[in-house]
Design a protein around this ligand. Structure first.
Ligand SMILES: Cc1ncc(COP(=O)(O)O)c(C=O)c1O
Length: 384
């Protein structure tokens, strides 16, 4: 077994890293955009190096082996076998949302999204002239729950439900029961579900991801699942996404639009990385999940003990810790960014229902987590 050194602090400066190069002062701890500070799994790096050693990078095709690797990965990890012949490759999950909307809905159609919401959902929907209504989640005793009454009202006026599962930024891994209820409402109002499951491999050990397509007998007919190896294996922006329509007709319509714009190919390094990831990356992923869980537990215990005005929401999935700072008595940007020099993300970026919250990416070395906590404690003592 390879033991990965996840404690290592790897300098990312001058690598065109959005997370690290876009900061306004040297001492800022960069804990915002959702990629990891961990070195990519060795089998992936080795596979890319091996391919790069061949000096010709011409037009490439996507081998059948890749579709089989994707299907077999989700079968093994999540218990659902997507038909390899019904997987469309694409370059980005966010862009796939727009493509699916263009393919299967009309302008002015309404899309329901639960709020707070991942900040790139609204532009992906508005950009193709579809309308959004938000169904706010309820933070009940520090745990987000779905307001089914409100959701039903929203779905009754919608053509699409844009599902975020697991939920970014709320950190929820939706249960089978919750998703069955969503599915029955979608059936009732003939609503199509775009289920963005990009975070579905990053599930804390006491939770289980349930693919939306499995939650009822005919979910296949109205579910388009979006997946990717990028979040799972720290390959963000490497041009990989998978569109998995459960229904043949949906597949054909989306594919037609992709062909129209000559989309759907993957560059050779992305293909190489994805194959290595799904065939040999599992050991790395298991270690990353346990490491993130440990970071979360350390942060949660520390904050609960020493910064009691901040509440840590349960992290069921993702590596994005969501903090309820509504009782802090000062703005989150003043506390974290101006004073503690921690650059996470102001909850308002996730819409009005995120106001007073703060998101911190904890897929980083334990040493950075310790630094973050001591800066938070110092600021807390000085400011409050
Ligand atoms: C829910 C969700 N969907 C999509 C993405 C981004 O996907 P992509 O980079 O493939 O567009 C993210 C990134 O954080 C995300 O959280």
């Amino acid at each position: 077994m390879t033991k990965y050194d996840l404690d290592a602090i790897i300098c990312r400066e001058n690598t065109c890293s959005i997370k690290n190069d876009y900061r306004d002062c040297e001492e800022m701890l960069c804990m915002w955009v959702a990629d990891m500070d961990f070195a990519v799994a060795e089998p992936i790096v080795e596979a890319i190096k091996k391919r790069a050693n061949h000096p010709i990078f011409g037009y490439s095709y996507i081998p059948d082996r890749l579709y089989k690797a994707v299907s077999s990965w989700y079968d093994r990890r999540q218990g659902y076998c997507y038909d390899p012949k019904q997987i469309l490759t694409y370059y980005s999950v966010v862009s796939a949302i727009s493509l699916v909307l263009i393919s299967l809905t009309q302008e002015e159609d309404v899309v329901t999204i639960m709020a707070p919401t991942y900040m790139n959902f609204p532009p992906a929907v508005n950009g193709v002239n579809r309308k959004i209504i938000y169904s706010p989640l309820i933070n009940r005793d520090n745990h987000y729950e779905i307001d089914f009454e409100n959701l039903e009202d929203c779905l009754s006026k919608s053509k699409v439900f844009l599902h975020c599962s697991p939920h970014n930024p709320a950190g929820r891994v939706w249960t089978e029961e919750e998703q069955c209820k969503i599915a029955s409402l979608c059936l009732k109002y003939k609503v199509l579900v775009i289920s963005d499951e990009i975070h579905s491999d990053l599930i804390m050990p006491t939770h289980k991801h349930i693919p939306f397509i499995t939650v009822c007998e005919n979910a296949k007919d109205f579910t388009i699942t979006l997946l990717s190896a990028t979040k799972t294996f720290n390959l963000a922006h490497n041009g990989v996404a998978f569109i998995m329509p459960g229904n043949q007709e949906h597949y054909q319509t989306i594919k037609k639009n992709m062909d129209k714009f000559h989309l759907g190919s993957m560059n050779i390094f992305a293909t190489t990385a994805v194959l290595a990831a799904y065939e040999s990356g599992e050991e790395w992923l298991e270690q990353v999940i346990l490491y993130v869980e440990n970071n979360y537990k350390i942060a949660k215990n520390f904050i609960e003990e020493k910064l009691s005005k901040i509440k840590v929401l349960p992290l069921e999935g993702t590596y994005l810790m969501w903090l309820d700072c509504r009782n802090l008595g000062m703005s989150v940007t003043d506390f974290f960014e101006k004073n503690a020099k921690i650059l996470g993300e102001d909850g308002i970026l996730f819409g009005q229902y995120g106001a007073g919250y703060y998101r911190i990416n904890i897929a980083t070395s334990r040493l950075i987590i310790d630094k973050m906590l001591s800066r938070m404690e110092k600021t807390y003592q000085e400011m409050l």
